[in-house]
Design a protein around this ligand. Structure first.
Ligand code: BES
Ligand code: MN
Ligand code: ZN
Length: 498
């Protein structure tokens, strides 16, 4: 996506489509809306009077200005009540505008950065850019035939038009662009099927990011993983022909001595469940079991892209979880990097195993905080559905900061407790702990399992099983990977920049 900032009256800028947001209940048209109405000889005003358009969320109304005007078309998009307009409302509004543009086979649109809402110029420009860039993304790499239901024109050009503070508008644009590009990378990686996006492939992509964005990248293969003592990652990988990878990406934007923030993402490139095999129906979605890892790669790209003045390290343990004569079996006891032994009661609870070794590794980086994200439990989807990730952690203020980052980014999370009483469910008669705690409180016992491997550092875990991918109900989503929680991680990292 090509994005530019134009400082001019929006009605004078040549454009195939100018997008103007309209708050619900607007009585007197102001700013660019008033200019658009004048250009249209009062047609917008009349449409409002007739209630052809009311300003309800994502309602759209198209105007065709006279020949020779700046914009060839004007798209008015409802925002809902003006005082309820926040960044997420704007992402959806401008995502809707992209869908309308696609329907008309338009490759470019311009957006008015409206000073009328309670958002700052920068926050508005960021949200608008995110909405457009996220909505315009699609995954077409593996299609060889044109899909008649899919537009053959992608929106590839965005002009943000502002008459406000140029510096602020540009800052918001750059942040929004980097965050959306990071999230779009995560989506692309998620979308790639298991036979393409193998652990080796994720490692190669990390190396590419290293070259293109100046990240320090280290990839461990089976031998180095063995040398690190990562018995849990090896146990999960041993049933597969694909080699595991342990991926580390470092962004050194802060002082050398500053402890890094560490982002850990589950990179399970296909989860068949192992010997505790999953039912066939819907199993294809388990290619998305690397969504946490994809979000960490996307976030690291954006952190480097923005040259954030802070140290951030991304860690992605990556493996398949398959069945074979070599696969780990229910009842097997395995060693972990941390030293604790684990009884693998259910081989389908593999995410917590590979994360255990990753979290234990993360401690060696002497981090300021560790945040992991993982499609970890179906139980989290039962608890919170598709609206929020579960968040559990050892540090109240870290959890609070992530909740706020979630609210700002539109990728929300909601807390569950980590009370020690639940730990009983993980007791094993043969090992230090077992990898499953039964059906009750499945998300909590999974997080308590992880907590055994984080040591003393402030840590929070995001269970994204219900939020990382889905049917694509939002205007800026499509069916498949959403890239979440890339934006949330980035909002949090940016909030930590002094
Ligand atoms: N990757 C799954 C969790 C998952 C389920 C993600 C549904 C997205 C949608 C994870 O590895 C898993 O299989 N978890 C088991 C744990 C159980 C065996 C304790 C689950 O949730 O059923
Ligand atoms: Mn599983
Ligand atoms: Zn899994």
């Amino acid at each position: 996506m090509n994005v530019e900032l134009i400082l001019q009256d929006p009605l004078t800028v040549p454009s195939p489509l100018l997008v103007l947001p309209l708050p619900e209940g607007t009585e007197t048209l102001e700013g660019a809306l008033a200019s658009a109405d004048a250009l249209m000889g009062g047609e917008l005003e009349r449409a409002l009077e007739r209630k052809d358009i009311t300003g309800k969320k994502e309602e759209t109304f198209l105007l065709f200005p006279p020949k020779g005007s700046g914009p060839e078309r004007i798209l008015v998009v409802g925002t809902g009540k003006g005082d309820e307009v926040d960044a997420e409302v704007l992402r959806r509004v401008f995502g809707r505008a992209v869908r309308v543009a696609e329907g008309m086979r338009l490759g470019a649109l311009s957006v008015w950065v409206d000073p009328g809402f309670s958002l700052s110029e920068a926050a508005y420009a960021q949200a608008a850019t995110e909405g457009v860039v996220l909505a315009a993304w699609s995954y077409k790499e593996l299609k060889t035939q044109e899909d008649p239901d899919d537009p053959d024109t992608d929106v590839t050009h965005l002009s943000l038009i502002s008459q406000g503070d140029e510096e602020e508008a540009r800052r918001g644009l750059l942040i929004g662009l980097a965050q959306a590009r990071g999230e779009n990378l995560a989506r692309t990686l998620q979308s790639r099927p298991g036979n393409v996006a193998t652990p080796t492939h994720l490692g190669e992509e990390a190396k590419r990011l290293g070259k293109e964005y100046g990240l320090n990248v280290t990839i461990l293969g089976p031998k180095e993983i063995m040398d690190e003592g990562m018995g849990a990652l090896l146990a999960v990988a041993q049933g597969s022909e694909q080699e595991p990878r342990f991926i580390v990406l470092e962004h050194r934007g802060g002082e050398k001595k500053d402890p890094p923030l560490v982002l850990v993402g589950k990179g399970l490139t296909f989860d068949a469940g192992g010997i505790s095999i999953k039912p066939a129906s819907g199993m294809e979605d388990m290619k998305y079991d690397m969504s946490g890892g994809a979000a960490v790669l996307g976030a690291m790209q954006a952190v480097a892209d923005l040259s954030l003045p802070i140290n951030v390290t991304g860690v992605v343990p990556s493996s398949e979880n398959l069945l074979s004569g070599k696969a780990v079996k229910p009842g097997d006891v395995i060693p972990t990097r941390e030293g604790k032994t684990v009884e693998v009661v259910n081989t389908d609870a593999e995410g917590r195993l590979i994360l255990a070794d990753a979290l234990s590794f993360a401690q060696t980086l002497k981090p300021a905080a560790v945040v992991d994200c993982a499609t970890l439990t179906g139980a989290c989807v039962v608890a919170l559905g598709y609206q929020a990730a579960g968040i559990l952690g050892t540090d109240e203020s870290l959890v609070q900061a992530l909740r706020e980052a979630g609210d700002r980014s539109g990728e929300r999370c909601w807390p569950l407790p980590l009370w020690k009483e639940y730990r009983e469910q993980l007791k094993s008669s043969v090992a230090d702990l077992k990898n499953v705690g039964g059906r009750p409180a499945g998300t909590i016992t999974a997080a308590l399992f992880l907590k055994e491997f984080v040591g003393e550092v402030p840590w929070a875990h995001l269970d994204i099983a219900g939020t990382a991918y889905g049917e694509g109900k939002l205007s800026y989503h499509r069916k498949g990977g959403y890239g979440a929680p890339t934006r949330m991680l980035l909002e949090w990292v940016r909030s930590r920049v002094a």
